[in-house]
Design a protein around this ligand. Structure first.
Ligand SMILES: *[C@@H]1O[C@H](CO)[C@@H](O)[C@H](O)[C@H]1NC(C)=O
Ligand SMILES: *[C@@H]1O[C@H](CO)[C@@H](O)[C@H](O)[C@H]1NC(C)=O
Ligand SMILES: *[C@@H]1O[C@H](CO)[C@@H](O)[C@H](O)[C@H]1NC(C)=O
Length: 272
């Protein structure tokens, strides 16, 4: 009984805790740097679904502005059809319900940095943290035409490699590979720098939602189920033993109440 009840309650609890799930901001094309004029699509995803989340950003000019002001929103996606250098900034997803209230700490995704270049060279590096042990490739790109020219790669300001084809692969990244990377192409110029982040392990599951009115709903649900099941049990019991009940009532009416205790009759009749 308790097992069935819990099984039944599971979908209800997950439904109720939905709005507080953690979202993830993804960028398409997947890069942390873009050329002026590129098309960029930002999307908030929650376990493969999306909805109820808004893309927000901080740039050098304004803080906490939302998609409507600089992009084209559609559901939890925000498209910028022609990015400009002033679109450079930090972007994140925020739960729509939280944007109206003051508590937003538990309903924001982790943030990502996007940099838009008005120049002619960008570094294409992963916009999301790279898992430790994975390979990562950085591309040094010129605006037009996209070339495979030799490029110099810098980490935290120091030259680390010169690659003849303009891309650099780091095999099996470790925490020590984390840092600010940039590249330059001779006669092309230098890119902005972007942070490469390395994550140690898959992100832990989000903590359960804080208890608010939820326990109340749960108690109400349990009580209702208890009531329904009790009523059901009583009705089936009455159906099964309707013959006995009839016998009992008949027996009771035919007896002299002064001679015998009615309780005894009920006991004997029920045993048959
Ligand atoms: C955006 O700017 C506000 C105001 O300075 C700050 O509180 C907030 O932490 C910033 N958000 C991110 C993701 O950097
Ligand atoms: C945003 O871009 C995506 C991917 O290119 C596209 O599927 C979607 O229709 C676009 N939405 C809007 C509102 O432009
Ligand atoms: C974003 O950029 C700032 C400074 O440029 C840096 O401190 C921060 O770690 C970056 N965040 C991410 C997620 O790359």
């Amino acid at each position: 009984m308790t097992g069935n009840l819990l099984l039944w309650l599971l979908p209800v609890t997950s439904l109720l805790s939905c709005p507080t799930r953690q979202a993830r901001l993804t960028v398409s094309p997947s890069s942390s740097q873009f050329f002026k004029g590129d098309f960029v699509s930002l999307s908030c995803e929650v376990d493969g679904r999306s909805g109820g989340w808004t893309v927000k950003r901080n740039n050098t000019r304004r803080w906490m502005t939302q998609c409507e002001e600089w992009g084209k929103p559609e559901g939890s996606t925000c498209n910028i059809s022609y990015v400009l250098p002033l679109d450079s900034g930090v972007y994140w997803c925020e739960s729509s319900s939280a944007s109206s209230s003051s508590s937003s700490s538990s309903s924001s995704s982790s943030s990502i940095n996007i940099s838009v270049s008005g120049g002619s060279v960008i570094l294409q590096s992963p916009v999301l943290p790279v898992m430790e042990g994975h390979d990562v490739t950085l591309h040094c790109q010129t605006k037009s035409p996209p070339s495979k020219l030799p490029a110099d790669f810098y980490k935290d300001g120091s030259l680390i490699r010169t690659e003849p084809t303009g891309h650099m692969t780091i095999h099996r990244v470790t925490k020590s590979d984390e840092g600010a990377y940039k590249c330059s192409i001779q006669a092309g110029g230098e890119s902005a720098s972007s942070w490469l982040l390395v994550s140690g392990s898959p992100p832990p599951p989000p903590p359960p939602p804080p208890p608010t009115i939820f326990p109340l709903i749960l108690h109400l649900l349990v009580f209702c189920l208890y009531l329904i099941s009790t009523l059901l049990m009583v009705s089936t019991y009455r159906q099964k033993h309707s013959d006995n009940c009839l016998l009992v009532s008949m027996a009771m009416t035919s007896l002299d109440p002064a001679k015998e205790e009615p309780g005894d009759v009920v006991m004997t009749e029920l045993r048959t």
